[in-house]
Design a protein around this ligand. Sequence first.
Ligand SMILES: [Zn+2]
Length: 166
Amino acid sequence: MNQEVQEPTFQPPIPSSNDQSPELSSQQEEKLFLTFVADRDVPCPRCGHNLRAATQMKCMECGDDLRLAVAGATIVLRAFLCVIAPGFFAGILAIILTFIIVAQPGAPWEAYGYLAMGYGSGVISIVICGLRKRFLCLPLENQFGWAALNWLIHIALFYFTVWINF
Ligand SMILES: [Zn+2]
């Protein structure tokens, strides 16, 4: 977005002649990294924290280990998508159930309970979307832990619903 403002000024060190090795030592890599972030705004790939003037190859905000690489500007979203998926699925089911209830007046009271659960779950997923930056700052294991817990709750509620009705 600020490509005009942030013209790359980084000059990589010129390799010595006949240097065929593409591998960098960890000290060389750290030096390149610290030089790269010394005078430019670079967001942490996980939490977006500005890494300008970082003194180590680690995000000061989320603690993620960092390395210098050529890569697309993507964030690890798998756990985030896992954590919001069941709520959106439940919300969509609730919308469908609403149409069924409207089409057939006199639905049992339990149907309204399922509607409330579905819409509640959908709303929670929307709230999590709003808090996604904080969620993405969590260690990846914790992110997948929350996703697993959310799936367990939804599967348990689904089986409970089937069990009391059939
Ligand atoms: Zn970070």
